[in-house]
Ligand binder design. Sequence first.
Ligand SMILES: NC(=O)c1ccc[n+]([C@@H]2O[C@H](COP(=O)([O-])OP(=O)(O)OC[C@H]3O[C@@H](n4cnc5c(N)ncnc54)[C@H](OP(=O)(O)O)[C@@H]3O)[C@@H](O)[C@H]2O)c1
Length: 332
Amino acid sequence: MQYKRFGNTGMQVSRYCLGAMTFPNRLDIDGSRRIVDQALDRGVNFIDTANSYGMSEEVLGKILDGPKRERIYLATKVYRRFCRDGRTGRNSRVNLISSLERSLRLLQTDYVDLYQLHHPDPDTPIEETMATLDLLVRQGKIRYVGVSNHYAWQMAVMIAESKAHHWEPIVSLQANYDILDRQLERETRAFLREFNIALMCYSPLAGGLLTGKYEPGQPPPEGSRAGQSEPLRQMLEDEGVQSVLTRLAALATDRALKMNQLAVLWLLQKPAVTSVILGGHKSEHYNELYDVADSSLDEKAEADIDAMSAQRVYTVYRNQPIAEGFSLAEQW
Ligand SMILES: NC(=O)c1ccc[n+]([C@@H]2O[C@H](COP(=O)([O-])OP(=O)(O)OC[C@H]3O[C@@H](n4cnc5c(N)ncnc54)[C@H](OP(=O)(O)O)[C@@H]3O)[C@@H](O)[C@H]2O)c1
């Protein structure tokens, strides 16, 4: 396993981060424990969850007893409301504090290493959010502040606010980045480089599309994610996506790699990428990726993938409620 400095922080995180979104929706606690132990054995020191991932935090809390907890950097996210009525701002002081207390209790820990805003919140002034996060760092309950699903301009506002007020700055972005969704390369990538913001890529296999298990034009296999997800099914029907998948399968065969290995190696090669967040629910899903953790892709293969998926730079940013992003300063 290789490790990389996490943006402007002193953390050295593994290039693979274990995503716990499917714990325990697809796994019981013993299955989840096996996946965590397997990750630790293979050198992973970074785990990502969220307060909105069902019982994920609770399951992780049971698995990560004392010594294991100290071996990993633990990241969680906040957006789901665990307070009052349905109108209190999700990134408000009220929700941040009560949600973090709940996360710490479920995770059975005194602190999280990275506390991330899962999405921007149009109902809370950004100053309130950032002042609260700064307080939580000073209280020792969180070590660093990150964001997810934010546009570059929204992060720029946050950096300016933290500089002006001497608040803890954001150190990372968690965003969708994979061969089939490269919109991050349009503007965000340059922004991350400019400010040395760490990048955690989620859904590196496009929810399973980049595993080779879906045949273009055929119905999704029984029990697969695409069988339950309309957006994934629509992507599978897209001729541009089908064309990339067909060419990628040929390239994988040519390099004696599996398509999932090719997809993850392509990401690890990109200088902007700090960690790739792995998803799955079977040991095999991970083993193939751990096996190539120290490999690299030859330049020709990387260039071929860049070229065959060039159109995928122009996809719509899907994980914000308003396509162009809403203002962080005003309430809409
Ligand atoms: N910040 C955010 O908004 C956000 C959003 C999404 C995810 N995330 C984070 O990113 C992590 C990973 O996301 P993800 O689960 O979407 O990642 P992904 O790697 O794109 O998809 C994983 C899914 O692909 C399928 N798969 C993986 N390996 C396979 C293999 N070898 N053969 C066949 N199928 C295989 C499995 O789905 P099926 O077997 O069910 O088909 C598996 O659950 C999450 O755990 C979470 O921590 C964050």
